[in-house]
Design a protein around this ligand. Structure first.
Ligand SMILES: C[S@@+](CC[C@H](N)C(=O)[O-])C[C@H]1O[C@@H](n2cnc3c(N)ncnc32)[C@H](O)[C@@H]1O
Length: 359
């Protein structure tokens, strides 16, 4: 997913730096990704054999983490095998997952919350409507989302199967969203990628034998309850609240019929406002986090344009032990550059990886 602050392209840098600091210590087994977003960093360290603690304030991110981090065993969807006429030819879980997705790809359209609020739908040309998705995809999204929920409510699928299906829907609906990048605005005309039909391509499964932990809490609340070996922090750098920029994904994940406001159809996010996006609160909040971390190592990704200065971060982290920092030049987040979209200029920033070896 194209996500603000995603560390996907920085993974080799993060891996190399974290290894340099921690590799001699073979007793480090737990890796906590406290601001998980798309779960990219947690996924990487899960594949390396760590036990992962994943967390994010946003519910869509929690769903992605439940799938990519929490799920680690095969899913067979035995409870709906008959209903979906699954004539499986093998015992492979991948076949079962494919078959469920195929079934969902072909179910009958439903006029639901997404179609009614985020598509042109029945609105007339001269009326105001929100064009986040084509009508076709809005109808499909509602049908799939409602089917997943009814299977879940009727106990026909397990919690893990539910997370797999929801994560698959979130990933694939995002691919056909009619936005320049985030959901703070939609485009006036349906762009080419948004004209494609929503298709449930199964979300990645990462198998292993370790039980992981996944949370949907404020980082500063959670830090008081967990113990880890490596704590990786990737908080927002600036004032842009993720709850505002990804509100449509949040609504699809929760599917809770929220009251929507204004042109963009924003849901109320007063309980999801992050102090890391607030110039007045960020330093104190970060200090509180660092001082309450029960861990051997802390790593923080932050860039040179963030709300906290380099020196402020260094001072706070140094209170816990031996401080150090790596840096890399990096191309900032870009909106896609289709002709009808607002173009955000690509330019480079310095990406820092601050760390402290705790006393
Ligand atoms: C820079 S993004 C993380 C990106 C992630 N590393 C990735 O590669 O996808 C920051 C994340 O922090 C989450 N967040 C913001 N404030 C938070 C808080 N107080 N507690 C937990 N998560 C928070 C946001 O929802 C967002 O997903």
């Amino acid at each position: 997913m194209n996500y603000i602050g995603s560390k996907y392209s920085l993974l080799p840098f993060l891996d190399e730096c974290i290894s340099k600091v921690t590799d001699k210590d073979t007793s480090s087994k737990v890796f906590c990704d406290l601001f998980s977003g798309t779960a990219t960093v947690g996924k990487h360290f899960k594949k390396k054999g760590f036990q992962i603690i994943a967390n994010d304030l946003q519910y869509y991110s929690y769903i992605l983490c439940q799938q990519y981090i929490g799920n680690h065993k095969a899913l067979y969807f035995s409870g709906i095998e008959k209903e979906i006429n699954d004539n499986r030819t093998s015992l492979f879980a991948s076949e079962a997952m494919n078959n469920v997705c195929q079934y969902l790809n072909s179910i009958k359209d439903v006029e639901g919350f997404i179609y009614n609020n985020f598509c042109k739908g029945k609105h007339k040309d001269n009326e105001e409507y929100r064009l986040y998705f084509s009508d076709e995809n809005g109808l499909k999204c509602d049908a799939i989302r409602q089917k997943i929920e009814s299977w879940h409510n009727e106990n026909k699928i397990t919690k893990n199967e539910y997370y797999f299906l929801l994560a698959t829907l979130i990933e694939n609906i995002d691919k056909v969203a009619n936005t320049a990048s985030v959901y703070g605005a939609f485009l006036k005309k349906i762009k080419t990628s948004a004209q494609k039909t929503l298709t449930m391509q199964p979300a990645e499964m990462i198998y292993n034998d370790i039980e992981h932990q996944v949370y949907n809490e404020d980082a500063n609340t959670l830090i008081r309850k967990i113990t880890t070996d490596i704590l990786y922090l990737d908080p927002p750098y600036n004032q842009r609240q993720y709850s505002a920029n990804y509100h449509v994904l949040e609504t699809i994940a929760r599917y809770d019929n929220p009251v929507l406001k204004g042109k963009t159809g924003m849901r109320d996010y007063s309980d999801q406002k992050s102090s890391y996006c607030n110039k007045r609160k960020v330093k104190e909040t970060f200090d509180d986090l660092i001082m309450h971390a029960d861990t051997k190592y802390i790593f923080l990704s932050y860039n040179n344009e963030g709300l906290m200065s380099f020196e402020e971060i260094k001072d706070i982290m140094s209170k816990r032990g031996e401080y150090g920092c790596f840096e890399k030049q990096y191309n900032r987040f870009k909106a896609d550059n289709a002709s009808e979209t607002r173009h955000i200029k690509a330019n480079t920033t310095t990406e820092y990886l601050h760390y402290v070896i705790c006393k």
